[in-house]
Design a protein. Sequence first.
Length: 314
Amino acid sequence: MGGVGDDVSSSVAIDRVRVRAPGKLNLFFEVGDVQDDGYHDVASAYQAVSLYEDVWAEPASDFSVSVSGTVDVSGVPADDRNLALRAARLVAAQIGYEGGVHLEIVKQVPVAGGMGGGSADAAAALVACDALWGAELGMAELQHLAARLGADVPFSLMGGTAIGTGRGDELSPALAKGRFDWVVVPSGAGLSTPDVYRHLDALRAESGLVRAPRPPAVDVAVLQALRAGDPTALAEHTRNDLQVAALSLRPELRETLEVGERAGALAGMVSGSGPTLAFLAEDPESALELQVVLSAAGYEALHVHGPVHGARVR
């Protein structure tokens, strides 16, 4: 996970840098009450999975970005609202670089799908610009910049499996033995993360739900299942507090969850703020069978695995 510095030093003085960064799944996601600043305290178990974003960086007189990919990228901004472009500007400001950069992003992670694709773009851009400009900021400084861009960006840098607290950006690596296989089902239209959180707050207010007076925490059983490399045990304890809000906004997702679970998934869940769904399988063979069944039922189904490494130069 700490190989960014090595990658940077080997990439100095080249004209084009390629960085690959992974999407993520939230294996466990507990959401606390909304805070005075409008954000929620959360506790998350993140896992980086083998669905990647590729970012190429090359010198330019100004800052620009182009976006393509195997997913619908029509909703991805190509101006300063783009998180990767903001990441590039942050690195330039940090080192006093007065030139620009052109970023070419090729996306595989569903847009607005709850898998952190935009955050992966930003993490990749941080590493790419650091390498392109020979900045050698190091992982600690890159993580500091990442936290200024969004809660999921630091994890996209780190990769692997980690526990996130606070807004999700206070990270601690978690030991995960072996490999976990997932089948991911994207949705045609994304969900806005702020909208999902607002809807969760509204649902909680309507129900009169009173949360326990403690900070959110990841279930110890989840950590034990990860350490043991036991997908069956993990399936028993996966949880996502945002799922109720995502399913309320997109009720048709319930049917997809039921199809996947009937087809043999150990567990099905909304990924992050959704609407992408993630199904945990017992092993690679079971995941392949599940992918075939879901594809035959008319769903786009992708077989991915985790944990994988974070953003790094290719």
